[in-house]
Design a protein around this ligand. Structure first.
Ligand SMILES: CC(=O)SCCNC(=O)CCNC(=O)[C@H](O)C(C)(C)COP(=O)(O)OP(=O)(O)OC[C@H]1O[C@@H](n2cnc3c(N)ncnc32)[C@H](O)[C@@H]1OP(=O)(O)O
Ligand SMILES: O=C(O)CCC(=O)C(=O)O
Ligand SMILES: [Zn+2]
Length: 465
C-alpha cells in the first residue's frame, strides 16, 4: 500500500523508509536568515551580490509575506476564528457525531485556542439541543455559539441553551428568496430586527448573516447590514454559500461593507472552486474580523475554509502572532480526531499535516534544505511539533543528500566515494532494484561501500512500501 494512504496518524510516527531525518538543531536561526535573503531577492527583483557577482550585499530582514504599510485595513494579524466543525462540519455527508465525539472535538478545539465554537441549531433535533447544552456546561474558554434560521421559534430555543451567542442566517439571493424560504427583503429585514432584538435582550452576542451573499443584490445587502448594525448587532456575516466567489470579489465586498457598518465582520466561505483559504485571506486583508473554519474543511459538499490551511496561510503572514494565539502542535491531533470521526484520511497534500508536507526529495532541494531549511520551506515543522525529512533512495537524489546520511550513520567516506555510491543508488533505482521505502537496504549499501565490498550481488532487493 502506498504510504500516503496510511492516514495522518501514521504520517510522522511511521519510520519513513528511505528518509533521512534532518536534525532540527541549529536550523532555526538559519531559517530566518534565509527567508531574508529570499525576500530581498524576490522583492527587489535583482541578485544579492555586486556587479561581478562575488561579494554578497548585506541582507535586510524583509518578510515578503508580511502585510504592507498600504494594508491599513488588514486584519491578517488581528482576527478571530469561529470554528464550525460542530455546525457546518456536521453538514458533511459522512458526519454523524455522537455526544461524546462532539465533546471531544469541542475540548480539543478549545485547547487549540480557537476563539469561538459554533454548534448545530438546537432546533434541528432534541439531541442537538441537549448536546448544545452539554457543551455550554463544559466551561470552555472559547465562546459557544449556535446557528439558527432567522425565525423567532429557533431564537427562543437557542437562547435557553446557555450559549454565549447566536448566529442568525437567512438567504438574501433571489435563488433562496424564491426557492428556499420564499420571503422578500422587507419581511427578512423585519424578522431580522425582531430576532436580533430578542437575542440581545437576553444579554448574549448576536450575529446576522446573509446566506448566498455573493449572488445577492448589493443594495439589498448593504441596506440590511446597515439596519442591523444600527440596532446593535455584534457582527454581520458574509457567506459564499455556493463557493462561487473569487479573492478579488471577496476583497471588494468586505471592503465595501467595512465602509458601511461599524460592527465586526465575519466571513463564511465554501470551497467548491478551491478558493476558500485564499478568499479568507483576502477577507482579512479587506477588514473582516472573524473567519469561519472547520477541521479539514468538512461541511456541505466539499466544505469550507479548513482550519489547518487557514492557520498555515496566516502563519506564513505572521508566524509570531499565530504561534502566540494557537497551540499549533495540537493541529495534527485535532485533524486525526475529526478524520477518524468522519471516516476519512487526512489528504496527502494537506497543508502542515499532509503525508509529505515536510519531505524533500530532489537532490537540488535536498542540498539547499540541509544547508538552510528556509530555502524550500515557508512553515517550520518544529512549530507544529512535526519533523522534516529528506528522501534519498531514488534516482533524483544527489551526493549532498547521500553525504548527510553517511554522516548520520557515522561512516567515514570521502566525497569521491560518496559520489560513487550516489551513482550506484541512481543505477539501482533506474534498474528497479532500489525500490521506494528501503531505508535499511540503503544504509546497508552505504556501509558496504564503506567496507569496499560493494558488488552487484550485495545490492538491496527491491520491495515496495
Ligand atoms: C447554508 C446553511 O448551511 S444554513 C444552515 C443549515 N442548517 C440546517 O439546516 C440545520 C438542520 N436543519 C434541520 O434540522 C431542519 O431543516 C430544520 C429543523 C431547521 C427545519 O426543518 P423543517 O421545519 O422540517 O423544514 P425544512 O428543513 O423542510 O425546510 C426549511 C424550512 O425553513 C425555512 N427556512 C429556510 N431557511 C431559513 C432561514 N434562513 N430563516 C428562516 N426560515 C428559513 C424554509 O422556508 C422551510 O420552511 P417551511 O417549513 O415553511 O417549508
Ligand atoms: O451563517 C452563515 O454565515 C453561513 C451559513 C452557511 O453555512 C452558508 O451560507 O454556507
Ligand atoms: Zn456553509
Amino acid at each position: 500500500m502506498c504510504p500516503c494512504q496510511n492516514g495522518a496518524s501514521e504520517q510522522q510516527s511511521a519510520e519513513k523508509s528511505e528518509m533521512v531525518q534532518v536534525p532540527l538543531n541549529g536550523s532555526t536561526s538559519a531559517h530566518s536568515v534565509a527567508s531574508t535573503a529570499a525576500a530581498s531577492n524576490g522583492v527587489n527583483g535583482h541578485a544579492n551580490g555586486t556587479a561581478n557577482g562575488t561579494a554578497p550585499r548585506p541582507q535586510r530582514p524583509i518578510n515578503p509575506y508580511a502585510p504592507r504599510a498600504s494594508d491599513f485595513l488588514s486584519n491578517v494579524s488581528n482576527f478571530k476564528i469561529i470554528e464550525s466543525t460542530l455546525r457546518e462540519g456536521e453538514q458533511f455527508a459522512n458526519a454523524f457525531f455522537d455526544t461524546k465525539t462532539k465533546i471531544a472535538i469541542a475540548k480539543a478545539l478549545d485547547a487549540f485556542g480557537v476563539e469561538y465554537i459554533e454548534l448545530t441549531s438546537p432546533a434541528a433535533s432534541e439531541q442537538s439541543r441537549k448536546d448544545c447544552e452539554a457543551i455550554c456546561k463544559l466551561g470552555l474558554k472559547a465562546k459557544i455559539l449556535t446557528h439558527i434560521r432567522c425565525h423567532m421559534d429557533d431564537a427562543r430555543i437557542a437562547v435557553e441553551t446557555g450559549v454565549d451567542g447566536v448566529d442568525v442566517v437567512i438567504g438574501t439571493s433571489s435563488f433562496l428568496r424564491e426557492f428556499s424560504h420564499g420571503k422578500d427583503m422587507a419581511y427578512i429585514t423585519k424578522t431580522a430586527i425582531e430576532v436580533i432584538n430578542y437575542v440581545k435582550s437576553k444579554g448574549i452576542e448576536v450575529r446576522f448573516s446573509s446566506e448566498d451573499s455573493f449572488r445577492s443584490d448589493l443594495v439589498d445587502l448593504l441596506s440590511i447590514y446597515q439596519t442591523v448594525d444600527r440596532i446593535g448587532v455584534n457582527r454581520v456575516g458574509i457567506a459564499d454559500t455556493v463557493g462561487c466567489a473569487n479573492p478579488r470579489q471577496v476583497y471588494d465586498l468586505v471592503r465595501t461593507l467595512r465602509g458601511v457598518v461599524s460592527c465586526d465582520i465575519e466571513v463564511h466561505l465554501h470551497n467548491d472552486t478551491g478558493m476558500a483559504i485564499a478568499n479568507a485571506y483576502c477577507a482579512l486583508e479587506a477588514g473582516a474580523t472573524h473567519i469561519d473554519t472547520s477541521v479539514l474543511g468538512i461541511g456541505e459538499r466539499v466544505g469550507i475554509t479548513p482550519l489547518g490551511g487557514l492557520v498555515a496561510c496566516l502563519y506564513a503572514a505572521n508566524p509570531e502572532y499565530v504561534k502566540s494565539k494557537y497551540n499549533l502542535p495540537m493541529l495534527r491531533e485535532i485533524e486525526n480526531l475529526v478524520a477518524e470521526a468522519v471516516e476519512v484520511n487526512v489528504p496527502f497534500m494537506n497543508p502542515i499535516t499532509g503525508y509529505c508536507a515536510f519531505t524533500h526529495k530532489a537532490g537540488i532541494h535536498a542540498k539547499a534544505i540541509l544547508n538552510n531549511p528556509s530555502t524550500y520551506e515557508i512553515l517550520k515543522p518544529e512549530d507544529f511539533g512535526l519533523t522534516r525529512y529528506v528522501s534519498i533512495g531514488h534516482r533524483l537524489t544527489g551526493w549532498n543528500a547521500v553525504k548527510s546520511r553517511v554522516e548520520q550513520l557515522g561512516l567515514k567516506l570521502t566525497d569521491e566515494e560518496i559520489k560513487d555510491v550516489t551513482a550506484k543508488i541512481k543505477e539501482l533505482a533506474d534498474s528497479g532494484e532500489l525500490a521506494v521505502g528501503q531505508k535499511e537496504a540503503l544504509d546497508r549499501l552505504l556501509r558496504k561501500h564503506r567496507e569496499g565490498t560493494l558488488t552487484r550481488s550485495s545490492s538491496p532487493s527491491p520491495t515496495r512500501a
